[in-house]
Design a binder for this molecule. Structure first.
Ligand code: FAD
Length: 470
């Protein structure tokens, strides 16, 4: 029976293993996970009646990837959509005030976020003729070229801060937001590109309805989803389906290629050895680099050079009566260029039910990012105090927090900096010298949960074909 070892039991690695068992049932799969629990960035913890997400808060249904995985696991009935208010009410904290992000053209006309010139530049985007540069372009340069500098300073920064905890001037638009350059190329404009995408989403849903099958994604606007008990439900279900395939508390140290019927030898930190026909590395980039250091130092160096930011998640619980401004909304972003003590605050108990006990709210701040990495080293008291001060300023809370939970991520979110796609091309070329070695995870082609699931499924299909060909 062919044997495949997957290193890393985060969402990507678990998806690879789950789908591989479906695509190639005759293959034996082992997932080696260094932590005591699977899930990687995804973990939900309950404490004193508060339900805190350590990592992602939910997933977007931009593509069918996660909804289809959820359906394959039999969990669709347990999904919950983010509240209506959280879809409509999103804010940025600029010039010492929370300001609502415009939800459409009318909101753009009336917003106080942009000057008259800024609005004009943004609203004229569909008609703007602008040639992309030859090489890579940053997110900030791209948005400035398409919609003006003011839009880039506010909206591109809010987008990149919210998704990557990064800096729009450093990230490559083609790597971090690949859809945007494609929209520019194919629709001649980002606004037109989004309108076409929304139309296609609606059409696909209607076609599915006509055929009597469930639509790949709902017809309406994109939504965020989770489970009443948090994202842990997804991880627990994947782990339950995989059973003893997942070996926790097993850290992989190195990989070597041997001649003979079984090509790969995987070595664990404790001296354990696994032989495999194919190996999938789905752990963070620095770990992949360390594992590959002996096998191919050049490949290891390229992978290890993918940078990450550091993030501290600071969840605070308040009595509702102390939160006069406890809005019905998603929360707010404090753009990176403001260099404030928070990157943003998510109003968790307004987004999803059962995040806080009756009469309380749960808010979760993300601190650090690429420009304030030192915050992650602050002691708990200093972090909680700084976040409370920010929340007081933005939301006018009148009491102290009654609950706190702090989680530190020293390698939080990979940063797809300028040149990332060229680096991936070099990595692919170097890795192609090692048939049966597959590289995946959020360091490569998308950091969102939907990207990780898509990548995991694509790798599972490739591994199944490879093993079959052997
Ligand atoms: C604070 C935060 C908030 C986020 N918010 C969102 C959000 O709201 N929505 C969204 O879609 N995405 C969000 N993301 C991103 C998303 O959670 C991640 O990109 C995704 O979960 C990564 O999955 P992964 O499996 O690729 O990597 P990981 O989750 O990093 O998993 C890798 C696994 O490899 C294991 N490992 C490491 N070294 C070894 C070794 N040597 N041997 C064996 N195993 C090893 C690790 O323990 C880990 O379990 C967020 C991320 C963070 C950190």
């Amino acid at each position: 029976m062919p044997h495949v070892v997957v290193v890393g039991g985060g969402l990507t690695g678990l998806t690879v293993a789950f789908r591989l068992k479906q695509f190639a049932p005759s293959v034996s799969v082992t997932v080696l996970e260094s932590c005591a629990r699977p899930g990687g960035n995804i973990q939900t913890e309950e404490q004193d009646g508060f339900r805190v997400e350590h990592g992602p808060n939910g997933f977007l249904d931009r593509t069918p990837a996660v909804p289809q995985l959820v359906s394959a696991l039999g969990l669709t009935d347990r999904l919950i959509a983010a509240s209506e208010g959280s879809r409509k009410n999103r804010y940025v904290f600029v010039r010492d005030k929370l300001r609502k992000l415009p939800g459409g053209p009318f909101g753009l006309l009336t917003t106080t976020l942009l000057s008259f010139r800024g609005k004009l530049a943004l609203l004229s985007e569909p008609w703007r003729k602008s040639k992309p540069p030859e090489g890579d372009e940053s997110v900030h340069e791209f948005v400035t070229r398409r919609a003006g500098k003011e839009a880039a300073d506010i909206f591109a920064d809010a987008l990149v801060t919210g998704i990557h905890g990064g800096d729009p001037a450093l990230l490559s638009v083609a790597a971090a937001f690949p859809r945007l350059p494609v929209m520019e190329r194919e629709a001649g404009s980002i606004v037109r590109g989004f309108m076409r995408a929304a139309k296609k989403r609606k059409q696909d849903a209607q076609d599915a309805e006509r055929r009597g099958v469930s639509p790949p994604v709902p017809a309406g606007p994109m939504k965020m989803w989770s489970f009443r008990a948090g994202l842990q439900v997804l991880i627990d279900s994947l782990a339950n389906h995989l059973g003893d395939v997942v070996k926790c508390g097993t850290s992989v140290r190195s990989l070597s290629a041997t001649e003979g019927p079984t090509r790969w030898t995987v070595r664990g930190e404790s001296g354990d050895v696994w032989n495999a026909d194919a190996v999938v590395l789905a752990c963070p980039a620095n770990e992949q680099g360390a594992i590959l250091a002996e096998l191919n130092p050049k490949l290891a160096e390229e992978i290890s050079a993918i940078p990450y930011n550091r993030i501290a998640v600071v969840a605070l619980g308040y009595r509702r009566e102390h939160c006069p401004g406890a809005g019905d909304g998603f929360g707010y972003i404090a753009p990176q260029n403001t260099r404030r003590d928070v990157l943003g605050v998510q109003w968790c108990s307004s987004i999803f039910p059962d995040r806080a006990p009756e009469g309380f709210v749960l808010w979760r701040a993300l601190c650090g990012g690429v420009h304030r990495a030192e915050q992650v080293d602050w002691p708990d008291d200093q972090l909680a105090k700084a976040v409370h001060a920010e929340i007081k300023l933005a939301m006018g809370v009148t009491g102290e927090p009654v609950f706190r939970k702090i989680v530190r991520w020293n390698r939080a979110i990979p940063q797809y900096v300028i040149g990332h796609l060229e680096r991936l091309a070099r990595i692919d070329a170097l890795a192609s010298n090692h048939p049966g070695l597959f590289l995946t995870g959020n360091a490569y082609r998308g950091v969102a949960m939907s990207d990780c699931v898509e990548q995991g499924e694509a790798i599972a299909a490739k591994v199944a074909t490879f093993v079959d060909g052997k």
